[in-house]
Ligand binder design. Structure first.
Ligand code: AMO
Length: 468
């Protein structure tokens, strides 16, 4: 995380990560650093302070004579997590003793303080410990997220979430996709009418967007060829599970002249790129999570780069697999969480489930004319991507025939008149196209070994939580 390209600011010349990575060049030089006081040791004439910022840790050494007595005692008496600025010189920390034959750790650096400025004293007691490894309930953590985020492994989860977005974006841009932003105040439901959050929009009713679906398609119909969007989606769902929220970030693509297989290939290449980039660059974040997991007696997470193509378990084969395991399921039924467990026994990593029956997929999905399918031509070009038991993505080829699209709306009891703005887009020449929507929090769960989607969302919104 130590970033050698960080510029100095009004408050510091160097980050703590830079002190550790560039320490050899900084030896005996004067620096100004800032951070949270993580631990303060020493009475009387000396004091050792572990200072932490968002890039790392550095020990600060204070000694009578180098700083005034009252300054020394104010640091010794400062509460944990207070923010302090120090000016001082960089020195090499005394190397810890290592047993013979053991590897010698790389040198660490400290700052010998000559100037101190207490920026903000932390109130006591802290509502939750930043370095403690005792288990804290998720609700307490979320109520005090500002402190929870200071914990190294929690910080690492959000750094990795940012990397998912960075590497994902980078990959799509390299494949010729352009980033778009669609409206979040909408007048018609994309994903069914029952889970909309209504809002007042001047004199009329409007809703919060459930998905950029209709707009990303209109962008393709308008000739933008390949688009992606990373933005919020709102669902007034009652689900109270480890993987559902009422606001989530949806990572969407849409692509012209393409079918379901084409966009599945984009997805697996993108995930392969994200996983291999994390494996190559972000080992420190993974290790930070593992250090914590060991204190909780949990297994280490390992970033296994998934090879492509990902396995494909067609819907019909999935139904057979689930039925063979003794479950009461027939073609046309939904694949529920406990069914997904059975598939996950065969495929614990990423796997696609393509070719769902049309009645189980949204009206905008392409209607496959396949008289051999058990549904008599009702097969869709819709797919899901699962990681183990959890759905990460839905997507598919889209219906680009305006008449079929209108009939699809009628079939699901939606009024085509409410969708004129959308169907009109198909009346004047429409490219066949396909796309998908990926849940960022769920993908972050998969990467970081988190067991609850709330772990991977800064300020989650669920049925019971609308603050902080
Ligand atoms: P879908 O509704 O399946 O498809 O959503 C796509 C992905 O978004 C994530 N997701 C959620 N994450 C957290 N909480 C929720 N309540 C929630 N709902 C969905 C999941 C899911 O796989 N328009 C289509 C996508 C497309 O076809 O392009 C859509 O929204 O990871």
């Amino acid at each position: 995380m130590a970033d050698s390209t960080l510029y100095p600011t009004a408050y510091r010349t160097h980050s703590l990560g830079q002190i550790q990575t560039q320490g050899v060049d900084l030896l005996d030089k004067e620096v100004t650093i800032c951070g949270y006081a993580q631990a303060i040791r020493g009475k009387g004439k000396i004091c050792f302070l572990d200072l932490r910022d968002g890039t790392g840790l550095c020990q600060v050494f204070l000694k009578q004579g180098l700083v005034d007595d009252d300054v020394l005692s104010s640091v010794q008496n400062a509460s944990r997590e207070s923010t302090i600025q120090f000016t001082g010189t960089v020195a090499q920390k005394r190397a810890p003793k290592v047993a013979e034959g053991e590897p010698v750790p790389p040198p660490e650096y400290e700052v010998v303080a000559t100037g101190v400025n207490i920026l903000s004293l932390a109130a006591t007691p802290l509502p939750l410990g930043v370095t403690d490894t005792v288990h804290v309930e998720l609700d307490t953590r979320l109520d005090n997220r500002f402190l929870d985020l200071r914990r190294t492994h929690v910080n690492a989860i959000f750094n990795l979430r940012a990397k998912i977005l960075q590497y994902g974006r980078e990959h799509l841009i390299n494949e010729g996709f352009k980033e778009i932003n669609s409206p979040k105040i909408i007048a018609a439901a994309a994903e069914g009418g029952t889970n909309l959050f209504p809002m007042k929009y001047f004199e009329r009713d409007a809703y919060l967007s459930q998905s950029p679906q209709l707009y990303k398609q209109l962008a393709i119909l308008g000739g933008l060829e390949r688009v992606f969007e990373i933005g919020p989606a709102f669902r007034a769902e009652n689900h109270d599970t480890y993987r559902h929220l009422n606001e989530f970030v949806s990572f969407d693509i849409e692509m012209a002249w393409a079918n379901d297989e084409d966009v599945m290939a984009v997805q697996e290449r993108m995930i392969n790129h994200i996983w291999s980039s994390v494996a190559a660059n972000d080992g420190k974040e993974i290790e930070a999570i593992n250090v914590y997991r060991r204190t909780q007696e949990m297994d280490d997470i390992v970033v296994e780069v998934p090879s492509i193509p990902f396995p494909r378990v067609e819907y019909s084969d999935a139904i057979e697999m689930i039925a063979a395991a003794g479950q009461d399921i027939t073609w046309g039924d939904d694949i529920e969480a406990h069914h997904a467990d059975i598939i996950a026994e065969h495929h614990s990593g990423f796997h696609f489930i393509p070719r769902w029956p049309m009645p189980m997929k949204p009206f905008y999905i392409y209607h496959e004319k396949d008289e051999t399918s058990p549904s008599g031509g009702q097969l869709s070009r819709g797919f899901d991507l699962n990681y183990g038991r959890d759905e990460m993505t839905s997507g598919g080829q889209r219906e680009h025939r305006a008449d079929v699209l209108t009939q699809n709306l009628i079939d699901v009891n939606l009024d085509p008149a409410d969708f004129d703005f959308y169907i009109d887009g198909f009346r004047f020449g429409a490219p066949p196209h396909a796309g998908w929507g990926l849940g960022v929090a769920r993908l972050t769960m998969a990467l970081t070994g988190s067991r609850n989607v709330r772990e991977t969302v800064l300020f989650p919104r669920d049925r019971k939580r609308c603050t902080p």
